[in-house]
Structures are given as C-alpha cells and as structure tokens.
Design a protein around this ligand. Structure first.
Ligand SMILES: Cc1cc2nc3c(=O)[nH]c(=O)nc-3n(C[C@H](O)[C@H](O)[C@H](O)COP(=O)(O)O)c2cc1C
Length: 174
C-alpha cells in the first residue's frame, strides 16, 4: 500500500505537520509541496493520498487557502481517483478566526470527491471549540483540523489518533 502526502503552505505550519504525519505513518513517501508536482496524475499512483491545506482567505466563498491548491481545484476535479482513499488535514486558528475555522478543507474535499475519491479521515466536531466552519458536514469535520496558533499543545494527540484512524480506513476495501 502506498500513501502520498501533499501540502501547500504560506508560513510553513502545514509543511511541518505533513512531516510529522510522515514520521507517524511510516509507509508513506516523503511529503511533497503540491507546487512541485508537474503532473497531477501522480496522485492516482498511490492507494491513499493525504492533503494538507491552510486557510488564509478569510470568509471567501472560493479559493479559501491562498495557496497553490486554489489554482488547481478544477484540475483535481477532473482526475479519475475512483478506488483511491483521500484524507484532508487543515491548518487554521480556532481562536482568532473562529467564524471561519479551517474553511479551506471543505473546498479541497469537494473537488477530490468530484474526482471519484473515497473520502476518509473525518473527525467529530465535538472535539473542537469554534463558532463556524464551512468544513463541518453533519457532526463531523471533513478532515482533521489543526490549530498551531492557539492549540499547538493538542496537535500531537490529534495527529497520532488520526494516523491510527487512517491506517484502518485506507486499508479497508471500498
Ligand atoms: C491574514 C490571516 C488570515 C487567516 N485566516 C484564517 C481563517 O479564515 N481561518 C482559519 O482557520 N485560520 C486563518 N488564519 C490562520 C492560518 O490558517 C494559520 O496560521 C495556519 O497555521 C497557517 O498555515 P501555513 O503556515 O501552512 O500557511 C489566518 C491567518 C492570517 C495571518
């Protein structure tokens, strides 16, 4: 089973988490900045794909991350990722941006879903303190939200629990 980890970042926090996830996952290939990927079909060569996205464009309806992800959303939607498991993690600030916590995850999640991927790695929203997020679907976030600005002391336990969850969900048959 191969797992690819891809991220985009403005101040380095999403990259740092990608490296930490890589360390915990063991089997995954080294994380790659999505800006360095020439052909997005590379994503379909893995059994599982983990994508990290920060939120910078506060309150925006679209292009919420302010990173390379924003300019390749349509291309992602056109990939054929049926049979592939995809999980999203997001970086944000639940204190300062509590009305828009990790909003960008939902946008990336939607385009990967349109590409036929089986989305995994959902996390119950009751484990977080925030007012609003576009990334909440029902009772869950559509991925793993992380807050290195206000809750960095919770990151280690959040990512290790998520990795255990992903190991199960990515190896399950569709
Ligand atoms: C101008 C600005 C706008 C931001 N907007 C949001 C936001 O809308 N929602 C959120 O959850 N975090 C927001 N953040 C927090 C960043 O997403 C957070 O610092 C994140 O860790 C940055 O990740 P990066 O270092 O990978 O770019 C914002 C930060 C700044 C400085």
């Amino acid at each position: 089973m191969t797992i690819g980890i891809y991220f985009a970042t403005t101040t380095g926090k999403t990259e740092d988490i990608a490296e930490r996830l890589h360390g915990l996952l063991g089997a995954a290939e080294a994380p790659k900045d999505i800006s360095d990927v020439d052909d997005l079909n590379e994503l379909s060569t893995h059994d599982g794909v983990i994508c990290g996205i920060p939120t910078w464009n506060t309150g925006a309806d679209s292009e919420r991350s302010g990173t390379t992800w924003d300019s390749i959303l349509d291309d992602i939607g056109e990939l054929n990722l049926s049979g592939k498991k995809v999980a999203i993690f997001g970086l944000g600030d639940s204190s300062t941006y509590t009305e828009n916590y990790c909003d960008a995850m939902e946008e990336l999640h939607r385009y990967f879903k349109n590409a036929g991927a089986t989305m995994v790695g959902y996390v119950n929203k009751s484990e977080y303190t925030f007012d609003e997020s576009k990334s909440v679907i029902g009772d869950s976030f559509c991925g793993l939200p992380l807050d290195e600005d206000s809750e960095s002391d919770m990151t280690d336990s959040r990512i290790s629990k998520w990795v255990d969850q992903l190991k199960k969900e990515i190896s399950e048959l569709n």
